[in-house]
Design a protein around this ligand. Sequence first.
Ligand code: BG6
Length: 462
Amino acid sequence: MDNNMKFKDGFLWGAATSGPQCEGTFNKKHKNVFDYWYEVEPEAFFDKVGPEVTSNFYNSYEEDLAMLKSIGLNSFRTSIQWTRLIKDFETGEADEDGIEFYNNVINEIIKNGLTPIITLHHFDLPVELYDKYGGWESKHVVDLFVKFANTAFRLFSDRVKLWTTFNEPIVVVEGQYLYQFHYPKVVDGKKAIQALYNINLASAKTIKVFKENNYGKDGAKIGTILNLTPSYPRDINNPDDVKAAKIADAFFNESFLMPAIKGEFPKLLVDLLKEDDVLWESTEEELKIIKENNIEYLGVNYYFPRRIKAKEEKVDESKPWMPDKYFDNYEMPGRRMNPYRGWEIYPKAIYDIAINIRDNYDNIPWYISENGMGVEGEDRYINSEGIIEDDYRIEFIKEHLEYLHKGIEEGSNCFGYHSWTGIDCWSWCNAYKNRYGFIALDLKTQKKTIKKSGQWIKEFIK
Ligand code: BG6
């Protein structure tokens, strides 16, 4: 292991979280889809722990940010919750308490010498907009999102210089419309494809508003955050496996990456969707907006690769359309697993991503916006001084950094690395099952204690 990697001056070292996963629902006037889902089905959440308190950031942001600074970080990402900032979704009018809270948070981030990176949508669609309009199935909701974004830019872009429209938009499509891990847990390929298109449109329209209002005049930039899961074929000498992996890539990665950077959807995907009669509804005017409003930088969340093989069983055409008709997931023998989260650990993919961005995506400026390891039962690693000795996390981060460093050395334009997460936060349906933080949270007392990895990252950054 190379402990002497050098990263350029000004490289962003940080940690990411999101509003719904750290703030708690205190004083929020509206519910997002997860708030509502927990209300009606608490047993869907690990140990029935919901989003009400999480790590209490709403009340403890001053102490929390000071702790993040104390472990040597120079940047921090969170999200502004649509359901907290906005009072009236139709007009985009802001809520007084929401304004005050996010003003305080942003000021405090800056006061601590951290660069704020702010996301506008982190899986947290207001449930009212699903009930009224069908959420991301609706183009009206696209326009309401743009109003919310415009309000946020107007209020905060004097201090926030790095904005991102969406976090992992493909996960919204997968969770809400295909694989049932986000409310409303619908299985409907046609709606999934429309939502995929609409979210791309929402991101482009948000960028358009950002540019038209000149919010970047003092150097603010707008990007998006995609979870890239490179698809590796089972056998690179088997053309069917290779083709299946290409299609999986087009669906899970390029469907957002290409429009965001090139302003176009992948042809392979569009052709298949047309042939299957599930292509989205679009207009010339919308496609022009997508074409002309690209991101200025990219955030990449990387956790695990995708292993793909050609479909082994004949597809039952009487069943609803699913992208999986074109590929099977492949359980590669000997793969290294994180057993708690069930995700493969494959650090080299970070290098592959870096090279892909360099060679196929104009070497756009980008950063690792999330990378991390969720582990269950970390209390068993507490030493006599009360510190969790999470050597596995240190190893995980080092290995990923080593491959990232190699990509940068070879010319990839990466400007930062953010781990998921700073302080153990709420993980959707997994609630507090797996812990990711540099800082441990005692759920009962809300006491926060720096782990060994938190001490290590400070030294490493130095
Ligand atoms: C990313 C999300 O998918 O991974 C985070 O942006 C999430 O919101 C993180 O918490 C870890 O995944 P999980 O499902 O274990 O919480």
